[in-house]
Design a binder for this molecule. Structure first.
Ligand SMILES: NC(=O)c1ccc[n+]([C@@H]2O[C@H](COP(=O)([O-])OP(=O)(O)OC[C@H]3O[C@@H](n4cnc5c(N)ncnc54)[C@H](O)[C@@H]3O)[C@@H](O)[C@H]2O)c1
Length: 349
């Protein structure tokens, strides 16, 4: 079992465990995390995950099944979880386990922060994206019609339990979405992960559990380094937005028909171009980055015209004082932010 710890100076610590088959025993969420007698575990579980991986929720009695996806992150979804907890008489010392992808984690995390002003949260991420990104760092949220993730709280999980074998059943689009985030961390933050992805590409693309486990470990170690110095996302953590400025604009422009990770991967190609021009990224390294993206199936596809994307850039949280604070790779595994006028950030066309 790989064990990691995220211990920010301010805020509560998170323990992460990663192992193939971690959650196959009887009542794994209670047993693995060593639940004390007398504390009950209530669970919010993705319906599809419960059907595909029944062992994950074996032994849990208070399970609320939900349909994972962006629609779940609503006030109606939040109310359903809070009423589930209240209806079961969940106490302060009890635990809420969120089992599923990032949508279940974001909603469950917010409900855990709010029920009786806060109960313990355990995360069992079952998508690659949730394993490498949303399960650690404490950000929870629901959406408003005005925008995504506008209502939320910082409420870190106490335990994150990752069984890399669960990604075997992910639909291809969801798997690719997670790979985009892995490559983001590799390119911007962790040269060892980048080299691992180069070396183990075939096995990672096959979703071999040991390879997935190692990639998740390296990606989380990199994220944890940033979260520990910046638990409330005031500075350093913004480097996790590599590829996201263009990615978010593309996603929004497409009416969210382009999957998040695919849009991010397109944003990574763009960031590599900008890094080469403005960030001191050596052209040999830029070529390596482009090759790795292609190896994972992400091409530098044609972008919509600049005029069509500009409006979507302006809505991004990363725009301040009219400038886009974009993250650029400066070397393999290193990155920095740089302000751009929006028209300079987007390629002409
Ligand atoms: N809190 C954070 O720091 C953070 C970071 C990144 C993303 N997010 C949020 O995460 C969400 C996206 O997460 P996601 O991509 O995991 O999506 P998701 O939760 O919507 O899951 C995607 C789909 O995969 C299915 N699924 C989940 N696990 C499966 C499995 N093992 N096998 C088969 N199907 C499975 C779900 O039923 C769902 O249909 C977004 O709402 C985003 O805002 C949060």
């Amino acid at each position: 079992v790989i064990e990691l710890r995220c211990s920010p100076a301010e805020g509560r610590p998170t323990r992460v465990r990663i192992a193939d088959g971690l959650l196959l025993g009887p009542n794994p969420i209670a047993t693995v995390a060593g639940s004390d007698a007398g504390r009950r575990i209530h669970a919010l579980v993705d319906r599809r995950v419960a059907a595909l991986h029944p062992g994950l929720v074996a032994g849990l009695d208070g399970v609320l099944l939900v349909d994972g996806g962006e629609e779940l992150k609503s006030f109606a979804g939040l109310e359903a979880v809070l009423r589930h907890l209240a209806g079961r008489g969940a106490e302060r010392r009890d635990v809420l386990a969120a089992v599923g992808g990032g949508s279940v984690g974001d909603l469950g995390g917010l409900a855990a922060a709010l029920h009786l002003r806060g109960i313990e949260l355990r995360m069992v991420p079952t998508t690659l994206l949730a394993m490498v990104d949303s399960s650690v760092g404490g950000k929870t949220a629901i959406n408003l019609p005005e925008g995504k993730n506008l209502v939320g709280a910082f409420w870190p999980a106490s335990e994150v339990l990752i069984d890399p074998g669960t990604v075997a059943t992910l639909p291809d689009a969801e798997w690719r979405s997670g790979l985009g985030e892995v490559l983001k961390v590799a390119l911007g933050l962790d040269a060892a992960l980048f080299e691992f992805c180069e070396r183990e590409a075939a096995s990672l693309l096959d979703r071999a559990p040991r390879t997935v486990a190692r990639a998740v470990e390296l990606a989380l170690r990199a994220k944890i380094r940033l979260v520990e110095v910046d638990p409330f996302e005031r500075g350093a953590r913004r480097l996790l937005n590599l590829g996201h400025t263009l990615g978010h604009a593309l996603e929004a422009w497409s009416g969210f028909s382009i999957p998040h990770g695919v849009a991010v991967a397109r944003g990574l190609h763009h960031a590599v171009d900008l890094g080469e021009r403005f960030g001191g990224l050596a052209s040999t390294e830029a070529t390596r980055a482009r090759n790795l993206l292609r190896r994972f199936g992400f091409e530098a596809t044609a972008l919509p015209p600049r005029g069509a994307l500009l409006g979507f850039l302006g809505r991004d949280k990363k725009v301040e004082g009219g400038l886009v604070h974009a993250v650029l790779p400066t070397a393999i595994g290193a990155s920095a932010t740089r302000p751009f006028r929006p028209e300079d950030f987007l390629p002409a066309g």
